[in-house]
Design a binder for this molecule. Structure first.
Ligand code: SF4
Length: 440
């Protein structure tokens, strides 16, 4: 049972899908840094690719992703042509170095493009990077998913699919601008199973307008009944000053901080009682799923896509706004579609901003990741350990953490506070800033 300590959750904190976080990215890092990082990739390095498809057939009001309406074929075709050029550009620079073990398609909604275009991209990547049998994961919007797309996933050998579900409650779906009947989601799951997809993730949300505990409980129950192998349960972050499309959401109907906390706790308790393993602070998986196996073996990782079993040190992002990750560098492509087009069509990398990671950054990145993934981190390499201990004293008072020498350990009931505790290791965090979502 989690205990609510509002004072410990008062400060908005990053999600720590990277360290330094994207808030520290700046324009002093650019294409030459990306080229140099690619040149440093070893011949036998394990690589992962992330392809961003910034289009959706329907735009949800809550969405903070870099995406736009997939309503003009010419626009989609132009994007895919550039993406194809960017794949060649990066592959040429690598010159055969590195082994691509994983390819992730995200967005947006990858199924906003045609299944034929998807298969062409997969084929091109396999050839360009010499990737014989990569693990393929794809984000899917159940709205508009059909048998042709399922056949394409089967042909490509997609192993993992993540479904945007959020809630099964029709009234809440209306309130967040994402209407998708239960039957549509169930049909998508059936098609995916027939296509041989071995792991299906459901993204769910709590803290939605008008959402009661019962409504959340029902959505979790539906997801479990449909056989979800994994679930990611995120708190809705209402930040209309940053995401203007959220202005359509009725803020007065949002659960308050205490109700959000109770919903996060409810999701955790229900899913664990249903036999799912808790993965990090907001993911859940059946014990036999690859991510649960990785977590038990202490191999869970966290990257821009969230908690993952992907152990690659290098993730190369392709497409507008995609982020690349190297041990000593984080880089984001141009978010602006027009500028991304111009760079790639001129034969240049579209890397626009990022951050070089110092040795201190790398120590802190490893410690934050370890803390969030393994619930413990050895801070032996971090110089300001006593200042961190001081910052965490109130968490120790509540028995949410303890120390064994230089090792910081999280108590099981500290999960809702994990990001706040991790923020004590963050050398860039000053006073609270409103660009982050609430801590739970
Ligand atoms: S389908 Fe997904 S990416 Fe597209 S608008 Fe909705 S939440 Fe955002």
């Amino acid at each position: 049972m989690w205990t609510y300590h509002p004072d410990l959750l008062a400060t908005p904190v990053p999600r720590y899908t990277s360290y330094p976080t994207a808030a520290e990215f700046h324009a002093g890092v650019g294409p030459a840094d990306l080229a140099a990082a690619l040149d440093r990739v070893a011949a036998d390095a394990e690589l992962s690719l992330y392809l961003h498809i910034p289009f959706c057939h329907q735009i949800c009001w809550y969405c903070g992703c870099n995406t736009g309406a997939a309503n003009r074929t010419a626009r989609l075709d132009g994007y895919l042509a550039r993406l194809s050029e960017e794949i060649e550009l990066v592959a040429r620079r690598l010159g055969g170095r590195g082994r691509v073990g994983r390819i992730a398609f995200g967005g947006g909604s990858p199924n906003a493009i045609t299944p034929q275009a998807f298969l062409r991209l997969v084929g091109q990547i396999k050839t360009a990077f010499g990737a014989a049998a990569p693990v393929l994961s794809v984000e899917v919007d159940p709205r508009g998913f059909d048998a042709a797309w399922a056949a394409a996933l089967a042909e490509a050998g997609a192993a993992r699919v993540s479904l945007g579900v959020q809630t099964f409650d029709p009234a809440i779906q209306m309130a967040i601008g994402r209407v998708q009947p239960r039957a549509e989601i169930a049909a998508t799951v059936d098609l995916l199973r027939e296509a041989g997809v071995e792991s299906i993730n459901f993204d769910l949300m709590y803290g939605l307008p008008g959402q009661t505990d019962q409504a959340l409980d029902d959505s979790i129950g539906e997801s479990v009944a449909m056989g979800a192998d994994r679930l990611a349960v995120f708190g809705y972050a209402h930040v209309p000053h940053l995401i203007p499309r959220q202005r359509r959401i009725d803020a007065s109907a949002l659960p308050d901080a205490e109700a959000r906390f109770a919903q996060a706790a409810l999701a955790h308790e229900k899913l664990v009682a249903d036999g799912y393993a808790a993965i990090g602070f907001d993911h859940f998986a059946k014990p036999g799923d690859a991510i649960a196996v990785a977590a038990r073996a202490g191999r869970l990782r966290r990257n821009f896509q969230g908690f993952t079993e992907d152990e690659s040190e290098v993730v190369i992002g392709l497409g507008a706004s995609a982020i690349s990750e190297f041990p000593d560098l984080l880089m984001q492509n141009e978010k602006n579609g027009g500028r991304w087009h111009m760079a790639v069509s001129a034969g240049r990398f579209a890397a626009a901003r990022g951050v070089r990671r110092s040795i201190d950054d790398q120590w802190r990145a490893a410690a934050i990741e370890e803390l969030l993934c393994q619930g413990r981190a050895d801070l032996g390499g971090i110089t300001d350990r006593s200042a961190i201990a001081l910052r965490l004293a109130r968490f120790a008072t509540h028995k949410l953490i303890r120390w064994e020498g230089s090792v910081l350990l999280l108590a099981p009931e500290s999960l809702p506070y994990a990001r706040v505790i991790a923020s004590a290791l963050d050398a860039y965090r000053g006073p609270a800033v409103m660009r982050f979502s609430s801590a739970v």
